[in-house]
Design a protein around this ligand. Structure first.
Ligand code: MLT
Length: 312
């Protein structure tokens, strides 16, 4: 397109469906946030937001894909803390989280829950820790691969408790949860956006939440920190990105669409029901997301290096 035609095309944006890439399996925590926001954004943008699940390598396959996608305003990406942990976890990352993307907006923050299969032989946190220490060689810990928050939380749990369990990676915590429900794995640390319905249905055992304070939607669940894992805290945060070079007017309009979605009553209700907190409007700017990502890279790098698990 010539400059004038391109400017005109941007002025009309969006003229066709927009793809929102999710780096984990359909039905899981990231997918739930993406589809909830996507439905609301479809209303304000006048074009469908189509979720595309691109799986693999703890979210890094999708990030690499988006980093190289056409910056034409029709590919966006939702990702969580994995955007900040990947540089420390992967020796050969084909993208730079800070340099290869345009930053659209932050979105929601989500607590995690530490769970076991329903028939796990421990009825409270202390029993669970005692049982895990005594049976560590036969406990399977599910996660969504290196770069997933379930892996990060599981790693911190193992370090705090002083055990090394067998980690079973899936391509998202939706299949990990299915394995937990089916009794093929024993324990899983996963976001409330997927776990609240299972906890409320009594299909899994809950031993605590990973946030500093208790969570409104699970009022009876103590925090891991208050039960003895000193300073244990993992909060999941989701941000929205575009390939580097996506025109600024498009990024700004997408930012406005995300912010409008976060004020949509359907989104507010769904996120509230699932224990997710909407990030305050004032901090939902591209600049704030960039600064936040940078601070998270600085925060998690040393934690991951101490954890000693890396991939090529
Ligand atoms: C998912 O959407 O499957 C999760 O966010 C994966 C994870 O990071 O644990």
């Amino acid at each position: 397109l010539g400059t004038a035609a391109f400017a005109h095309a941007q002025g009309n944006w969006p003229t066709k469906p927009i793809t929102l890439v999710v780096p984990f399996a359909a039905g899981g925590p990231t997918d739930v946030v993406a589809r909830t926001l996507g439905a609301a954004m479809t209303k304000s943008l006048g074009q469908t937001v189509v979720v595309e699940n691109k799986l693999g390598a703890g979210g890094t396959v999708a990030a690499a894909y988006v980093a190289k996608a056409q910056p034409d305003g029709y590919t966006f990406f939702i990702h969580h803390n994995g955007m900040a942990t990947a540089p420390a976890l992967y020796r050969k990352l084909s993208f730079d989280p800070l340099k290869d993307f345009e930053f659209v907006s932050q979105a929601v923050e989500v607590p995690m829950t530490f769970l076991a299969r329903k028939d796990f032989p421990a009825n409270n946190f202390q029993e669970m820790v005692t049982y895990i220490r005594a049976n560590k060689e036969k406990i399977n810990l599910a996660n969504a691969g290196l770069g997933a928050v379930s892996q990060l939380c599981g790693m911190m749990f193992q370090r705090a408790v002083g055990v090394q369990l067998t980690e079973v990676p899936f391509q998202g915590t939706a299949p990990a949860m299915n394995a937990l429900l089916g009794g093929q794995v024993d324990v899983l640390c996963d976001q409330t956006t997927q776990t609240v319905p299972q906890i409320k249905a009594g299909s899994v055992k809950l031993y605590g939440v990973t946030t500093k304070n208790r969570v409104k939607v699970l009022p009876n669940a103590p925090t891991l920190a208050e039960q003895g894992l000193k300073d244990f805290e993992v909060v999941v945060w989701h941000g929205i990105y575009a390939p580097k070079g996506t025109p600024k007017p498009v990024v700004d309009r997408m930012n406005a669409a995300v912010r409008a979605a976060l004020k949509d009553p359907d989104v507010i209700k769904r996120m509230d029901d699932l224990g997710a907190e909407i990030v305050p409007d004032a901090t939902n700017t591209p600049e704030a997301l960039h600064a936040w990502l940078k601070s998270e890279i600085d925060k998690w790098g040393p934690v991951i290096k101490a954890g000693g698990k890396f991939a090529d």
